[in-house]
Design a protein around this ligand. Structure first.
Ligand code: APR
Length: 318
C-alpha cells in the first residue's frame, strides 16, 4: 500500500472534525493535512495524540494553504457555511461558491494531479464551479473531480434496511441525480438485495431519503446541517477512492461527476468505478422503472439550472 497524503480543507468545522478523526483511523492514509481559516492548529494538536500511524499537521490562513496541498493524493473540501432552517442548499450558493472557487484555484496551483472531492453545498453548483476553475487553470481532468453524494446512499441503505428488516451491511441502494432534496433519486428498483415496495411505499421512501437532510437541519434548529453522518459518508467515499488509487479492482460508489448519461446534463450522480486515476468509468443509469423515469424527468430542470448557475459563476461572473 502506497503512502497517501490526504488534505482536508475546512477541517475545523462540524463535518471537518469528525471526518479528520475517521481519516486518522484509516489504514490507507499516511499523512493528514488539515486546513481551515480558524481553530485548526488546536484540532491538529488534539488529533495528533491518537496513537495511529497517520501523521497529522494543521495549516491556517491562505499563506499556509500551498504547504497543506503540496503532495496530496486526495483533497476533500467541506469548507463553507452550513444550511440553517428555511434555507435550501441553493441559498448557500453565494457564500460557498466564492470559498470553493478560491480553494480550487489553490488546488490547481499546488496539487493539480490530486483527486478532488467536494462536500461543500450546493454540490450541484460547487462541482461545476470547481470544474470551471480547474479548466481556467488548464488542469481539469474529469476523472479527478468528484461531488460527494455518499450521504444519500448511506441514508437510503439505512432507511431501506430498517423498513425491510435487513442487515444494514448487506443493503445497497444506488442514488442518482444531484445532491439536494428534489434532485436526489434513490433507485429502489436496483436495490441489492432486491426489495419490493407498493407504489405508495416507493413514493414515501423516496421522499424520506430526499428530505433527510432537511430533517436534520430542522432538528438542529439553527445550529447547522448534517455533520456526523456526512463525515461518516465522506470517510467511506475517501476510503473507496484510496482503494481505487491503490489499484484495488471493483470499487464502486455513487458520485456526482462529469457525465454524458443524461442528455444536456453535464454532471450527474450515478454509480462510478474508482481506479488508479480517480473515476475510471461512469456506469450509467441501468434500467429505471416507470416511477423512477418520471422522477428523473421531473428533477432535470432544477438540476440543470443549478449546474448552469455554477458554470456561470466562473465563466460569466456578474
Ligand atoms: N477556507 C477554509 N475553511 C473555511 C473557509 C475557507 N475560505 N471558509 C470557512 N471555512 C471553514 C470554517 O472555518 C469552518 O471550520 O469551514 C468550516 C465549516 O464548518 P461548519 O461551519 O461547522 O459547517 P459544516 O456543518 O461542516 O458544513 C460545511 O458542508 O455539507 C456542507 O452544507 C454544508 O456547505 C456546508 C459545508
Amino acid at each position: 500500500c502506497e503512502a497517501r497524503k490526504v488534505a482536508l480543507l475546512g477541517a475545523a468545522g462540524g463535518i471537518g472534525q469528525p471526518l479528520a478523526l475517521l481519516l486518522k483511523m484509516n489504514k490507507f492514509v499516511t499523512e493528514l493535512a488539515l486546513y481551515d481559516i480558524a481553530n485548526v492548529v488546536g484540532v491538529a494538536a488534539d488529533l495528533s495524540h491518537c496513537n495511529t500511524p497517520v501523521k497529522v499537521a494543521g495549516y491556517t490562513g491562505p499563506e499556509e494553504l500551498g504547504a497543506c496541498l503540496k503532495g496530496a493524493d486526495l483533497i476533500v473540501i467541506p469548507a463553507g457555511v452550513p444550511r440553517k432552517p428555511g434555507m435550501t442548499r441553493d441559498d448557500l450558493f453565494n457564500t460557498n461558491a466564492g470559498i470553493v472557487k478560491a480553494l480550487v484555484e489553490a488546488v490547481a496551483k499546488y496539487a493539480p494531479n490530486a483527486v478532488l472531492e467536494i462536500i461543500t453545498n450546493p454540490v450541484n453548483s460547487t462541482v461545476p464551479i470547481a470544474a470551471e476553475t480547474l479548466k481556467a487553470a488548464g488542469v481539469y481532468d474529469p476523472k479527478r473531480l468528484i461531488g460527494v453524494t455518499s450521504l444519500d446512499i448511506v441514508r437510503a441503505n439505512t432507511f431501506v434496511s430498517e423498513a425491510k428488516g435487513l442487515d444494514m451491511k448487506d443493503v445497497d441502494v444506488p442514488v442518482i441525480g444531484g445532491h439536494a432534496g428534489s434532485t436526489i433519486l434513490p433507485l429502489l428498483s436496483q436495490t441489492t438485495p432486491p426489495v419490493t415496495f407498493t407504489e405508495a411505499e416507493k413514493k414515501a421512501m423516496t421522499d424520506k431519503i430526499a428530505n433527510a437532510g432537511t430533517v436534520v437541519v430542522e432538528a438542529k434548529a439553527g445550529k447547522g446541517s448534517a455533520t456526523l453522518s456526512m463525515a461518516y459518508a465522506a470517510a467511506r467515499m475517501a476510503e473507496s477512492t484510496l482503494l481505487g488509487l491503490n489499484g484495488e479492482p471493483n470499487i464502486y460508489e455513487c458520485a456526482f461527476v462529469q457525465s454524458d448519461v443524461v442528455a444536456d446534463c453535464p454532471y450527474f450522480a450515478t454509480k462510478v468505478l474508482l481506479g488508479p486515476n480517480g473515476v475510471s468509468k461512469v456506469m450509467g443509469l441501468g434500467e429505471l422503472d416507470a416511477f423512477e423515469q418520471a422522477a428523473l424527468a421531473a428533477m432535470l430542470p432544477q438540476l440543470k439550472g443549478e449546474i448552469q448557475k455554477g458554470i456561470d459563476f466562473v465563466k460569466n461572473p456578474p
